[in-house]
Design a protein around this ligand. Structure first.
Ligand SMILES: Cc1cc2nc3c(=O)[nH]c(=O)nc-3n(C[C@H](O)[C@H](O)[C@H](O)COP(=O)(O)O)c2cc1C
Length: 185
């Protein structure tokens, strides 16, 4: 079978490790990224996500960079912004608190996917990462206990150079019909 057709944005997306250090993420583009995340579906419309944003050169970015693991600190600070993602792990204490949903992590992932596709549409690249000091970030940013710091995303104008080809498991190994393990296609 020929390679199935998908949106070029999805086919061409890369987790780059090199960013244009002269590019700045303006407020209009930042708002577009966050707005794309905001419109993601979620269980019971619980919207159990939140984001912390530092743009290169601002105080938040300065506070976030030391929390990156050395492997990520090699490339992520050059991106125009560091966005950290949070999902709710319990109901909050507020009167009008969101009801906790078991699907909160799933919903956050979907919101991040929308953010990253929007970034691609704006000519920007996202590289998500888990290698940072989650507790340190919760402390620095004053994250309430019912929120879990989850991932980081380096966002900026990516430079695609010397990247190994992307690989994925074939469809036959992930998509089944009536019985698990039996390919649907
Ligand atoms: C939840 C999550 C955590 C990740 N953590 C890291 C990380 O700590 N360091 C890193 O270099 N890349 C990290 N990545 C990027 C993946 O390695 C990358 O998405 C994967 O190798 C596929 O490459 P592609 O995004 O270019 O298709 C992470 C991605 C996700 C979704």
């Amino acid at each position: 079978m020929d390679e199935p057709r998908i949106l070029p944005l999805l086919r061409e997306r890369r987790s780059v490790r090199e960013y244009d250090e002269t590019h700045e993420l303006g407020s209009a583009d930042l708002a577009s990224l966050l707005e794309a995340a905001r419109w993601a579906p979620s269980a019971g419309n619980s919207q159990p996500w939140a984001f912390l944003v530092g743009r290169r050169g601002d105080a938040a970015h300065e506070a976030f960079v030391p929390l990156l693991a050395p492997s990520v600190r090699r490339w992520a600070p050059a991106a125009s912004a560091l966005v950290f993602t949070l999902h709710q792990v319990a109901s909050g204490p507020e009167e009008d608190a969101l009801v906790y949903s078991d699907y909160a992590a799933y919903d956050l992932g979907q919101a991040v996917a929308q953010l990253c596709v929007q970034a691609g549409a704006l000519g920007l690249s996202c590289h998500q990462f888990a290698a940072f000091d989650h507790d340190g970030l919760a402390g620095v940013a004053g994250v309430p206990a019912h929120w879990s710091v989850t991932t980081g995303i380096a966002v900026g104008r990516g430079i695609v150079s010397d990247l190994a080809p992307r690989t994925r498991r074939p469809l036959a190994e992930i998509a089944y019909g009536a019985r698990f393990g039996e390919p649907v296609l």
